[in-house]
Design a protein around this ligand. Structure first.
Ligand code: ZN
Length: 172
């Protein structure tokens, strides 16, 4: 019976939203699988970068965010619903997420990173996801020549080219 109370549901949702940032979410796994299949080397959750991008392609200086549609407000997406209860709470939360996301993209771009946002709903079909990643990465590569080093001034000691040719590079 308490399960049906609005408070319970909201609590559970907000625990969910907290987890979204760190956990290896399904959508994120789908993106990693697709990148791997495309032969890209990548790294996960560079803590030293603004917004802690979920996935980084060091070779192209590309930072990828995999966002949940609900929490991060994918515009026009059916999953971007507004909960019926505690609207103020949710509005503030959503506003904060949107602001934080925008700030992270801006900060990354200022440091010479290109950014790609992949929405949860775009990860359902491997084929489509793959296509989207291919064109997004192509677009990014056409826009800029790849940085010889992804910004080295950020305190990471791991910015030199990865050795060996095994991929994906999943170390942090
Ligand atoms: Zn969506």
């Amino acid at each position: 019976m308490p399960v049906t109370e609005a408070g319970e549901i909201s609590l559970r949702r907000s625990a969910n939203m907290r987890a979204v940032r760190r956990a290896d979410t399904k959508p994120e796994m789908a993106v990693r699988r697709a990148l791997h299949a495309l032969g890209h080397r990548f790294r996960l959750q560079r803590q030293d970068l603004p917004g802690r991008p979920d996935i980084v392609l060091p070779r192209y200086g590309v930072a990828i965010f995999v966002h949940g549609c609900f929490s991060h407000r994918h515009e026009g997406c059916p999953k971007t619903t507004m909960p019926k209860t505690r609207k103020d709470f949710w509005s503030a939360k959503f506003e904060a997420n949107i602001t934080r996301d925008a700030r992270a993209l801006h900060a990354l771009e200022e440091r010479g990173w290109q950014t790609i946002t992949v929405w949860e709903c775009q990860t359902k079909h491997p084929q489509i996801l793959s296509q989207r990643l291919i064109s997004a990465i192509e677009g990014v590569r056409r826009r800029v020549k790849p940085p010889t080093h992804p910004p080295a001034s950020l305190g990471s000691r791991n910015t030199s080219a990865p050795s060996g040719n095994s991929f994906p590079q999943v170390s942090r």
